[in-house]
Ligand binder design. Structure first.
Ligand code: ZN
Length: 102
């Protein structure tokens, strides 16, 4: 077996996590993945909007969370709900409101 070239890093070195200054990195955290899985399980993977019953696409915050990378008191099971693509768009008109007609 060939010996690996030496690395100029101490043992156990971890690259520092990049902070984007947005809350995006929260959505990669284990906290969110756990919360998301719990919401999906609770709602059965189905959109929670009355009369909808379509397959969920996203787990939505009922009260929007601040854009910070760490868990907040809004990142709890009672503040999240499973939504289908359609209802997710309606919950976030700022993301894709181009075909909105009020
Ligand atoms: Zn729906």
């Amino acid at each position: 077996m060939p010996t690996r070239p030496p690395k100029h890093r101490p043992l156990g070195y971890k690259a520092p996590e990049r902070v984007h200054g947005k809350g995006d990195s929260y959505y990669k955290s284990e906290h969110w993945l756990t919360l998301r899985a719990a919401a999906r399980k609770r709602d059965g993977g189905i959109c929670v909007q009355p009369g909808c019953g379509r397959k969920m696409r996203t787990v939505n915050h009922i009260v929007p969370r601040p854009p910070v990378p760490w868990p907040t008191n809004l990142d709890v099971l009672r503040n999240v709900e499973c939504l289908c693509a359609d209802h997710d768009n309606k919950a976030h008109p700022e993301k894709g409101g181009h075909n909105r007609r009020d």
